[in-house]
Design a protein around this ligand. Structure first.
Ligand SMILES: [Zn+2]
Length: 466
């Protein structure tokens, strides 16, 4: 009966997924109390809450930070936690990223799989239950609009609203996630004033505003050379030679006393640095070679080449921990000037059994030896629910039963809202074997899988509300 009801809702599910994709709801952190995360995120949230109301649910907008859509009665509160903000579109799209396009059985657009499609699937799963089955719990779809940035939406929720008794976040992979690595960002800083008299100066750094949780694909640096002390004709042969030796995709051009260097890489999610090529790391390695060759070493660059380089497992830093949740990974996501400091930002994904401080302390210790400062931010404690925990087992069984499969729960390096609550794990909507389209150009969700996800979520709501 539920399946039939959901099949009948198929057109509506597709339409509303498209409608939400059409909001370019990148979260902006503003000082306007009426729209703390910007107009587009606000509009997307209001649209979803209105839709919830039209479908016969109770809704609440929580001070513009987030909102919820709810039905049912009873003490127990089953939570479904998703988000309506998206990462910027980036380039490389074949269709307009904020105009949903249906093609080859897929819906294309930014947010299709992360997380608007899964949110709509959850909402219509709730509707199917509400209209057909009597349950003895409340079911609440919680919608954040600052997930891709700072999680201030869900922090606000937790300060003033009731926490779910049990729940899931439709914002990762099926069959079910039982472990999410710890996350931290370490900024390493070197006071650049002490290098102001060197014959070569870093004049400008531009990494296209790369987000810390993205493997950077571009890094430009402009060096200014004091030609009374260093002959430019000495630098260029050195540069071509070094770039060739390193075999990096870096180009250079000389304009009067300036040298412009451009490093190209391949973008990826920072939880999967192995899938990308880090343009910043390569740039810093080359810079260190230049500064050392002309006898003007810069501590932070030298530290970087010795302890990080192109590694993403932390081996040289002696932090290459691993356990059943996987290996530690690091992504060099920022390279910039900040006040008078030259800084490098490193985003870490830390196995669940390794205390985050153990990793950040080791980095600080080595940095101390180079007289570098470190600042740790963005700590998210890991999530770990044993594989045989009833919640994990129930969700995994629901998925496997639907798919006649035998998948085991998995561990990921990404962070979802599941870790913002006790007794909550992430569940879909990427299917096993699917290419992960999160944060990629040409993001899409397959329509058949969207409808199947809706049925799986309906099963889950029914089971968890018992
Ligand atoms: Zn997401």
């Amino acid at each position: 009966m539920l399946d039939k009801c959901i099949d009948n809702l198929k057109d509506e599910i597709i339409k509303e997924t498209c409608n939400l994709i059409n909001f370019p709801s990148v979260s902006e952190e503003t000082s306007d109390p009426n729209m703390p995360f910007g107009k587009h995120a606000k509009d997307a949230l209001e649209y979803a809450l209105d839709l919830g109301q039209k479908l016969g649910f109770r809704t609440k907008n929580i001070d513009g930070y987030c909102g919820y859509i709810e039905f049912g009665e009873g003490e127990k509160l089953v939570g479904i936690i998703g988000h309506l903000d998206v990462v910027p579109s980036g380039d490389g799209w074949l269709t307009p990223p904020f105009e949903a396009t249906i093609k080859d059985g897929n819906i294309y657009g930014r947010g299709a799989i992360d997380d608007k499609g899964p949110v709509v699937a959850s909402l219509y799963a709730m509707k199917a239950i509400k209209d057909n089955i009597k349950i003895n719990s409340r079911v609440r779809l919680i919608l954040g609009i600052n997930e891709e940035k700072s999680w201030n939406c869900i922090r606000h929720y937790n300060e003033i609203e009731e926490a779910p008794t049990i729940g899931f976040s439709p914002d990762a992979d099926f069959p079910c996630i039982y472990a999410e690595k710890g996350i931290a960002t370490v900024y390493i800083k070197d006071n650049y004033q002490k290098y102001s008299n060197l014959p070569i100066i870093i004049k400008e750094i531009d990494c296209n505003n790369n987000a810390i949780n993205v493997v950077p694909k571009y890094c430009k640096v402009i060096l200014s050379v004091d030609t009374s002390r260093i002959d430019l004709n000495e630098i260029t042969p050195f540069l071509s030679n070094e770039i060739k030796k390193l075999n990096f995709d870096i180009t250079y051009s000389v304009n009067n006393s300036n040298i412009e260097l451009i490093s190209n890489g391949v973008q990826a999610h920072s939880a999967h640095p192995d899938l990308g090529i880090n343009a910043i790391s390569r740039m810093i390695i080359l810079l260190n070679k230049i500064f050392k060759n002309f006898n003007c070493p810069i501590s932070i660059l030298d530290f970087f080449e010795n302890y990080i380089g192109t590694e993403f497992n932390g081996k040289s830093l002696d932090i290459n921990f691993s356990d059943e949740s996987g290996n530690l990974t690091l992504n060099v996501g920022k390279f910039s000037f900040y006040d008078n400091f030259l800084q490098i930002g490193i985003n870490l994904r830390i196995p669940v059994n390794t205390p985050i401080e153990k990793v950040t302390d080791s980095i600080s210790e080595i940095c101390n030896k180079y007289s570098l400062e470190t600042v740790v931010s963005g700590i998210q404690q890991p999530l770990y629910v044993p594989k045989d925990d009833p919640l994990v087992k129930t969700l995994c069984d629901i998925f496997n039963k639907r798919n006649h499969s035998n998948y085991e729960p998995i561990a990921i390096g990404g962070g979802t809202y599941a870790r913002a609550f006790k007794n909550c794990v992430s569940f879909g909507a990427n299917f096993p074997g699917d290419t992960d389209m999160c944060h990629q150009a040409n993001e899409f969700i397959n329509i058949d899988k969207l409808i199947l996800a809706c049925k799986i979520y309906a099963d889950a709501i029914y089971e968890l509300s018992k």
